[in-house]
Design a binder for this molecule. Sequence first.
Ligand code: ATP
Ligand code: MG
Length: 721
Amino acid sequence: GPPGDAAYLDGLNPEQRAAVETLDGPVLVLAGAGTGKTRALTCRVAHLLRTGRARPNEIFAVTFTNKAAREMKERVGALVGGAVEGMPWLGTFHALCAKLLRRHAELAGLKPNFTILDTDDQLRLLKQLIAAENIDEKRWPPRMLAGLIDRWKNRGWTPANLPADEAAAFGGKGGRLYADYQERLRTLNAADFGDLLVHVLTIFQAHPEVLATWRGRLRYILVDEYQDTNVAQYLLLRLLAAEHRNICCVGDDDQSIYGWRGAEVGNILRFEQDFPGAAVIRLERNYRSTPHILAVASEVIAANERRLGKTLWTDETEGEKVRLIGHWDGEEEARWIGEEIEALTRGTRGMEPVSPEGIAILVRASFQMRAFEDRFLNIGLPYRVIGGPRFYERLEIRDAMAYFRLAVSPDDGLAFERVMNRPKRGLGEKAAQSVNLIARERGLTLVDAARALVAEGGLTARARGALGRLLEAIDRWHEAVRAGADHVALAETILDESGYVDHWRNDRAPDSAGRVENLKELVKALEQFENLQGFLEHVALVMDNEQEDGAAKVSIMTLHAAKGLEFPVVFLPGWEDGLFPSQRSMDENGLAGLEEERRLAYVGLTRARRLAVVSFAANRAVFGRWQSALPSRFIDEMPPEHVEVLTPPGLHGGPRGRAAVAGGRGAAGADGRLRAIEGLAGVVRGSELEERAARAGAYDSPGWRRMQARRAAPSAAPVVI
Ligand code: ATP
Ligand code: MG
């Protein structure tokens, strides 16, 4: 048994304990949201360490985000009393595979200092390849090819084992372009995100001795959010675990929301086949949410046909109903949420005051964020955007990073291309073409081609001089990296000597000052890292960003990014048919698409601990076009007895000649909900009003009738879903 001070076991329920203490052989924990899967997994790590079963470097633990990895590391440290040094193999699939690949890069035809490409670089590369094939880029966009290649990599297909019908994609040239692309990546000493996994998988498959080494070292495997692993990840896990079979996966089929990215729920079902005799553990007690939130989430997800089905219950009895409110448009929705957040932080909404940090806004589509960002900037409400267009994606940051990449590996051709003429140094299109031509003709890297061009007196004297100076500078920076110079000072030098910061300082555009600030921030961020390479790797991997600083902030993120997280208060705006569920996912994937959207609704609702607020707008500008919208069908599926309908203050008359609405805050149940929708209809004029009346039929849906029938019979705990 564990040493006497294993207090971390005491707080667990019996099923969780089983998940923690069943250390030998395969374990699958299959359970609903908030039942303590992640907590059990964390305790399992602690338990492995505490009982001496494994050393920190023998545990291979996969989380879905970098943030989750950091949190798990911290918690394990707290549980075992800070004795954890390292845990080098705790991270996302990508981070772990990047690490493995650095050790064996040469087996994939790369050097250990290979660059991890971002989407932008990838697209530029594909664009070049498509152009070289004389394919019409308008008909066959690079983005489409990128999507295909990504899909193939998610399935573990290399150019060598790509099925013929897949290779025939992209006008018959998909397979060839894929092979060309991989070849180019190799000459650039680069890997894209998908490669991290596929290369490692291929190495393990082709080099049994390498696989044997890692099987011996990584003796305990743990995977969180298992429902969202793709085939390549699954194959990798199976290879690593085949011998010792000490693998523990936790997941929830109802939270599988990355089907569009190649995740396969089937992996859950396959687990028991691949690991016969696996212990399957179900957790049914929810520790996160109030009964109202749980009832609403459970009822919504119950509308899905394809699910394993689970029981969920909670001991809690108190709590707020899920709040529902309709607005005129997205701006008003943002304004109202801003005010509501201020009220919640003051504690004037019938609840204890909530810290901004405990509040999240979860959107379906990232364009929705803009309204909130604008609004919050306006009222001075601190917020952070998680997973949206973010700091490291800004132009000036990407340019600076390209310089850093060159300093680390001067043969990074894409980085060189990017900064060759940034700031402008007289090396325009023509110079770039000359360099490219020499590179192609002589099979050189771009940087070497540029060197040749300078040595042989190509270009105009002025351009040659500028190019020569740039190359010298790159050599100098690289030398400094190799000599182990202080990387923060070096970064400053690079931004200085390249003329890049000055270029923005002298720029008169209104946003230039902000860019200089950002560059400063970038250098500051470097301080937390040991060297430039570590930082570059971090940025490449941490694109699901989280910038840290002291102030308590409201979080804005997509529903996808919210997986695994929890907040006391969650706002769920934009519940309109077409936006959520998204029209596109329904068009592309029919019922399966709709069911994945519904799982997303379930994920969103179950992030909330104390309060969930769902809202919709009658009018929404989507990509600049106004559309009038119907409340989401998921709203129809919410059980009225657990919902409180609010009436926005704006509806009581206003600039648009709004009609006064009967009812208001406190109106509960189906009648209240209908009132809110009717109230909204009151603000819609003329023909729109008629249209809405016609749509009222929608509220006579089977879901609605089912709900009303159920209203008569009060639901008893546990809520069975
Ligand atoms: P999700 O499916 O959303 O990822 P999960 O199953 O991983 O959820 P956790 O995040 O591990 O759930 O736990 C949800 C909440 O319940 C957390 O706040 C956690 O600390 C708490 N919790 C879990 N188990 C227990 C327990 N045995 N006693 C008290 N609180 C618990
Ligand atoms: Mg979890």
